[in-house]
Design a protein around this ligand. Structure first.
Ligand code: AGP
Length: 609
């Protein structure tokens, strides 16, 4: 998820764009750039790092003009650098493009354009766009209309050209949002109204498959097919800060609601549903490298460690390879037994967690191949690993990890299916079934989010508790750990996740009316066992909040409160159970008046030991 903004009008575009870009930094902050048509020439200023860096560059070499575009990046393809920062231009430096989204067929387009003599200067998927437009004839609008017919994927674009210096072209296809702002002295293009609110509140959102042509005279809206569209702008009711949260009270809640999109983006372009194949070219885990794997070690910290525990179930079940999971801070000091036949998988949202990096270096020192599952392109972990499987969750601002967790689970599912197909331990039919179920997950998550209000009341049931016990069995035990961690880190209520079968060996002593029990009990192989653990709690007067399947007729009589879960296969169920656990913790914390986005004593990325 990146931030794009554009302006054409009376004002000096350079300073205006920089000012707006600062309010988009929450969308991505690893590199940035501005492009302006200055005295008939296309001028770009780009830098790695935060917008402050770009500001320094523009102080030394200011930009002045009446039309321009700008971008703040959250890298997906190509590490953060000035060369990979947007805007990207064509061979003749006559046009420039800023882009938010992913061009899924960028590799094949690039090969075709290079064979026609186009020269590329970056590692990004985006750069195919200006070269594609350059290879077309006619006005910037007509050339863009032709070029977008060839693009596959989700994208929002801003385009300027020195051949039509006072014109901006905006394009929206698929998810990434894009709006036009109507100000008294000009027109804006933006990923998010929050960026331009100091200039105007009159905003018109582009629908998917629409283009807008902005000039000093006005704005024209057309479909990709060229049909004119007439739709009035609407007035934005929020202030800038609220808008950055998209109207949500906290980044955490916004990021919980972003999970359907994040999950779609993480498997998008990597799955061939019909063939039942997962393609992970970027991983380099094919042929000999894959055949060599006799054992897998998963290392991580915190929530990413919980994802690793789920990964063990999925990888062992599909690939029939022994999998070990270790907390990175322990692994790095226990002189682990790994060798060239061991695959080390390191999971980290930030890619900068010191203990996880330490664990990776221990594995590398023993010639173990290292694959990273990471959310930040170009992070230290991504650079040090032999292969990287990026989760496309977008920037996660809330300290409590939510969408990064569920996309890590999706990445582990993709990796397991990929390896199992290559090893022949999973049939094409079984893979097809699993992938079709994975494709349905975003809608099932949307269904649960639609019933989130019910969890507010359950959150209220927890708010005054001294301690809460979370129970789960099998692949749901790690989710009990994750549910407990979410509650601990944002509401400061003590909580413990426990394998339900273990409860009678100790924690059952905690059970009374004051210690609520959250039991994760979806239908499946271990349902009956979990049900009997719930009965053990009830027999000692415990209060039970159960997460249970939508068609479970029995649970209502066994629990005080029930939140219904949609059905999917057992291996994918953790992606679904994560969502109500996140919301339960969120509402309990909000009702206790806690600072949900920046809880005490915590940091988003723990870069020290
Ligand atoms: C989770 O909500 C916490 N923010 C924390 O446990 C986190 O998961 C841990 O610090 C690991 O971070 P990473 O995924 O960036 O490596």
């Amino acid at each position: 998820m990146c931030g794009i903004v554009g302006y054409v009008g009376e004002r000096d575009a350079g300073p205006v764009l920089l000012d707006c870009l600062k309010r988009l930094e929450y969308r991505g902050y690893d590199s940035a750039g501005v492009g302006v048509i200055q005295e008939g020439r296309l001028e770009l200023r780009r830098s790695a790092g935060k917008i402050l860096e770009l500001e320094r560059v523009m102080e030394q070499r200011p930009l002045h003009g009446r039309a321009g575009i700008a971008h703040t990046r959250w890298a997906t393809h190509g590490r953060p650098s000035a060369a990979n920062a947007h805007p990207h231009s064509d061979c003749a430096s006559s046009l420039a493009v800023v882009h938010n989204g992913i061009i899924e067929n960028h590799r094949s387009l690039r090969r075709a354009l290079e064979s026609q003599g186009h020269r590329f200067g970056s590692e990004t998927d985006t750069e195919v766009i200006p070269h594609l437009i350059e290879s077309r004839r006619g006005s910037i609008e007509a050339a863009t209309q032709e070029a977008v017919q060839e693009l596959e994927g989700d994208y929002a674009l801003g385009i300027i050209s020195r051949r039509e210096p006072e014109k901006l072209v905006a394009v929206r296809s698929g998810g990434p949002p894009l709006s036009v702002g109507f100000a008294p002295d000009g027109f804006f293009l933006t990923s998010d109204a929050s960026a331009i609110l100091p200039y105007t509140r009159e905003v018109l959102s582009l629908e998917e498959g629409e283009m807008a042509v902005l000039s000093r005279e006005g704005v024209r809206l057309v479909t990709f097919g060229g049909r004119a569209v007439d739709r009035p702008p609407t007035r934005v009711p929020w202030d800038a800060e609220t808008a950055q949260k998209g109207g949500f009270p906290h980044f955490m809640l916004k990021e919980i609601w972003e999970q359907p999109r994040a999950i779609r983006d993480t498997w998008g372009g990597r799955v061939d549903l019909e063939a039942g194949e997962v393609r992970l070219a970027e991983l380099g885990l094919e042929g000999e490298a894959l055949a060599r794997v006799r054992r897998i070690v998963l290392v991580a910290c915190g929530t990413s460690w919980h994802a690793s525990l789920v990964g063990k179930h999925v990888l062992e079940s599909l690939c029939r390879i022994p999998v070990e999971v270790d907390v990175a801070s322990e692994y790095r000091y226990r002189s682990p037994i790994v060798d060239p036949w061991t695959l080390t998988i390191a999971i980290s949202q930030s890619g900068e967690t010191a203990d996880t990096l330490g664990a990776v270096r221990e594995s590398r020192a023993r010639q173990s191949m290292v694959v990273a599952i990471c959310n930040v392109v170009g992070s230290t972990l991504a650079r040090e690993a032999d292969g990287v499987l990026y989760t496309h969750a977008g920037p996660e601002i809330g300290v409590a990890s939510t969408k990064a967790f569920t996309t890590q689970l999706v990445a582990l599912d993709l990796l397991a299916i990929h390896m199992a197909r290559a090893k022949g331990t999973l049939s094409p039919e079984a893979a097809r079934t699993l992938l079709h179920e994975l494709a349905e997950i975003p809608c099932l998550v949307e269904d649960m989010l639609g019933r989130a209000e019910g969890l507010r009341d359950l959150g209220a049931a927890l708010r005054s508790s001294r301690s809460v016990l979370y129970l789960g069995r099998g692949i749901q035990y790690p989710l009990a750990l994750e549910g407990a961690l979410k509650l601990k880190e944002i509401s400061y209520i003590h909580a413990e996740g426990y394998p339900a079968g273990e409860m009678k060996h100790g924690p059952i002593a905690l059970i009374d009316r004051a210690v609520p029990v959250v039991a994760i009990a979806p239908q499946g192989r271990l349902y009956e066992k979990t049900l009997s653990n719930i009965e053990e709690v009830r027999a000692r007067d415990g209060r039970v909040i159960a997460l249970a399947s939508e068609d479970d007729r029995e649970i209502a009589g066994k629990a005080d409160h029930v939140f219904r879960l949609p059905r999917t296969s057992e291996l994918l169920m953790p992606i679904l159970t994560a969502v109500p656990l996140q919301l339960l913790a969120y509402y309990a914390a909000v009702l206790r008046g806690c600072d949900v986005d920046q809880p005490r004593n915590l940091a988003k990325s723990v870069t020290v030991e």
